[in-house]
Design a protein around this ligand. Structure first.
Ligand code: C5P
Length: 405
């Protein structure tokens, strides 16, 4: 993770490491979880110490590593029950077949299983084992029993294994586990809200083979839809032409032109609490698209274009309007133009960004946004689109809740 992030600020992560070759990935997990703002303490099983040394986790977490119940000095500093109470989230990664079995049985025969029994924090396990061991009915029964008790099972992934076999049993990568931690934390911040997001470009047809389009990739809008769903909202994504995959638990409606996008949004809007207009809607469309391919003849060709409807402004005119969020992508004088749009379109919030900077904006993974609303503004420094989406949505949910309250 290249950017400092705040997604896991306030998370006190107790990371359990049990015996498995995947333990080397947990070192990177500690680093990434801390980079996202978490405090991390590591508890290792005796078997884990055969794979990675405690000194590695100690250096990366900046905290003493615990592995034994029977260390009087460590118990005096922070006893196992205090450790269990300290955690706001427990994650065991890797979780070996043996650890799953002991936890499913309710055993407390080492420090990690004792902490698992004593904690009231949510527990997640990231299994890692040979694919035959994962497929064994005993392991399946243990996993089913743990799930019934509310333990989250993250993974395992499918692929090549250290033992030379291939199949299900690989521990998820550090970055995937950090995303899962973030998702677990934000899981209910937007519960009860229905959010409609428009994303991507629109294509305005000239004839059956040509169109006027733009360079929007749709990534910002897709990131907003994905994060809104992770944060518990019901999400409808009205997507212009893009090949991006549909995020999990998001209902997608595909459209092509601005007029189709307006119709699809209007179909959804009566039930929506929030509309996020992240689409780069074409301002103009050909007056009369030709039914057959335009032939090359004249040296100079003139195209007659007509203004497209403004989707956000249309929504702002309605008697019952959801919380309206717009985007303003500008090349210069960004905040000035963005505030103008906020006022002209009577929006509740506008997210402004400068386009044309290297590594930011269209088609890139990172972005930089400033949120502006009628009586305030907030600069969100450069970060991944997922992180910016979360921060934007959090701001929206706070504004909606403060209106309601
Ligand atoms: O294109 P413009 O800079 O005006 O876009 C600002 C905001 O208005 C964006 O959120 C965009 O999705 C929205 N918009 C719209 N309908 C249009 C043009 C823009 O909803 N026809």
């Amino acid at each position: 993770m290249s950017n400092p992030s705040t997604a896991l600020t306030d998370t006190r992560l107790l990371l359990g490491v049990s015996g498995g070759i995947a333990a080397y990935k947990s070192a990177e997990l500690v680093r990434q979880a801390r980079a996202a703002g978490a405090q991390v303490r590591v508890v290792m099983t005796a078997a884990a110490e055969h794979f990675v040394g405690a000194a590695t986790f100690q250096a990366l977490s900046g905290q003493p590593v615990r592995s034994s119940l029977w260390d009087p000095a460590a118990e005096a500093a922070m006893g196992h029950i205090e450790l269990a109470r300290w955690a706001s989230q427990v994650l065991v990664a890797p979780a070996s077949a043996d650890l799953l079995a002991r936890y499913a049985q309710g055993m407390g025969n080492d420090l990690l299983t004792t902490v698992l029994l004593a904690t009231a924090a949510p527990v997640a396990l990231a299994p890692a084992m040979n694919q035959q061991m994962w497929a064994h009915p005993a392991t399946s029964a243990n996993v089913a029993r743990l799930r019934e008790r509310g333990v989250a099972i993250w993974g395992p992934g499918v692929g090549d294994q250290a033992c030379g076999e291939s199949g299900a049993g690989r521990m998820l990568e550090a970055s995937e586990l950090v995303e899962a931690l973030i998702a677990a934390k934000v899981g209910d911040q937007l519960r009860g809200l229905r959010i409609v997001v428009s994303a991507g470009p629109t294509f305005e047809d000239l004839d059956p083979v040509r169109f006027i389009g733009n360079r929007s990739s749709g990534r910002m809008g897709f990131a907003i839809a994905e994060q809104a769903a992770l944060m518990g909202a019901e999400v409808v994504l009205v997507a212009g032409p893009t090949s991006l995959p549909t995020p999990a638990r998001v209902e997608r409606v595909n459209v092509r032109s601005a007029e189709q996008m307006l119709r699809a949004v209007l179909d959804q809007i009566d039930r929506a609490d929030v509309y996020v207009g992240a689409a780069a809607v074409a301002d103009y469309r050909p007056v009369a698209p030709r039914p057959s391919k335009i032939k090359k003849a004249a040296e100079v060709m003139e195209l007659k274009l007509v203004r497209n409807p403004d989707i956000l402004a249309t929504l702002a005119d309605r008697a019952r309007r959801p919380f309206l969020v717009g985007f303003a992508a500008e090349t210069d004088d960004v905040l000035h133009y963005a505030r103008g749009k906020l006022e002209a379109k009577r929006l509740d919030l506008i997210a402004a960004n400068r386009v044309g900077l290297p590594g930011c904006g269209f088609d890139s993974a990172d972005n930089e946004l400033t949120l502006l609303w009628p009586d305030g503004e907030l600069a969100l420094p450069r970060a991944s689109k997922a992180e910016l989406a979360r921060r934007l949505l959090l701001h929206v949910s706070e504004r909606i809740r403060s209106r309601q309250g």
